[in-house]
Design a binder for this molecule. Structure first.
Ligand SMILES: [Zn+2]
Length: 239
C-alpha cells in the first residue's frame, strides 16, 4: 500500500514536471518568435558586404612602376595590399572586381600618351562592371624622408566618396595607429577619383620616401593590416 502510494506520488510528480517542462518550452518558443521574427532583421545588417560589388584598383602596374625608392616599387605595394583586401572582401561575401591581378598595365594601343590611356581603360572597366564603390590604392613619395602616414582622399562633390574616405581614415588612425592625418579632398592628380561615376576613395597607404614606412610596406603583415583597415572602413560604409 505504502509502495503504491509512493508510486502514484512519483508518477504525479513526473507528470507535473513533464507538463511544466512542456509549458516552459512553449514559452521559450513564443519568446523566440516575438524577439526574432524571421524577416524583421535584414541580413545586410549581419553581413553588410554580402552581395556588394567592390572595385579595387591597385595603382600603376606594368610599364608604370609609380613611385620607386631603394628598389621598392609602388605598383608592387599597391597590388599586395589590394590582393589582401580582395581576399577579406570575398570572404565576407562581396564580389570584387580588380582592375589588375598581376603586374600589368591596361594599355591596348601601343601609341599615344600611355598614362592617360591606362587610366581611361581602368575607368572604362570599372564603369562597365557596375560596381557599388571603388577603392584605388596608391603609395606616396616625396623629396623629404621625414613624412609618413597613410591618407585617404575623396571627391569634393560626392558625399558618399567623402563618407567612405572618412571611415577608412578613421580605421587607419584607430587600428593602424601610424597617422593622425585627415581624409582630404583629392584634387588635380587623381583621374579616377575625379571621373568615376561611382563613389570612390583613393588610399595612399604611406610614404615610400620614409625609410621606416617603406620597409613596413614591403612586409606582408603590415600590408595585411593596411588592407584590414580599408576592409573595416568598407564594412562601416555599407552598414
Ligand atoms: Zn600612385
Amino acid at each position: 500500500m505504502a509502495r503504491c502510494v509512493l508510486w502514484i506520488t512519483q508518477n504525479l510528480k513526473r507528470k507535473a514536471l513533464g507538463a511544466a517542462l512542456l509549458l516552459l518550452l512553449h514559452l521559450v518558443m513564443a519568446a523566440a518568435l516575438i524577439n526574432f521574427p524571421s524577416r524583421a532583421r535584414p541580413a545586410v545588417q549581419l553581413l553588410p558586404l554580402a552581395g556588394r560589388v567592390i572595385a579595387l584598383d591597385p595603382g600603376h602596374g606594368g610599364y608604370d612602376p609609380g613611385s620607386k625608392m631603394e628598389g621598392v616599387l609602388e605598383k608592387d605595394v599597391t597590388l599586395e595590399v589590394s590582393l589582401w583586401l580582395r581576399d577579406m572582401l570575398v570572404e565576407a561575401g562581396a564580389r570584387v572586381f580588380l582592375t589588375r591581378e598581376k603586374d600589368q598595365d591596361l594599355l591596348v594601343i601601343p601609341t599615344g600618351p600611355k598614362k592617360k590611356q591606362d587610366l581611361e581603360n581602368r575607368l572604362q572597366l570599372i564603369t562597365g562592371a557596375r560596381v557599388d564603390v571603388l577603392v584605388s590604392v596608391h603609395a606616396n613619395s616625396i623629396a623629404s624622408p621625414r613624412w609618413y602616414g597613410a591618407q585617404t582622399f575623396y571627391r569634393e562633390d560626392c558625399e558618399d566618396s567623402r563618407r567612405l574616405a572618412l571611415l577608412v581614415q578613421e580605421e587607419l588612425i584607430r587600428t593602424l595607429k601610424n597617422t593622425d592625418r585627415k581624409a582630404s579632398v583629392g584634387k588635380g592628380s587623381y583621374f579616377l577619383l575625379e571621373n568615376s561615376p561611382i563613389p570612390a576613395a583613393i588610399v595612399e597607404v604611406g610614404f615610400l620616401s620614409n625609410p621606416r614606412e617603406r620597409r613596413l610596406l614591403t612586409e606582408p603583415t603590415y600590408q595585411k593590416k593596411m588592407a584590414w583597415c580599408i576592409y573595416l572602413g568598407l564594412i562601416r560604409y555599407f552598414n
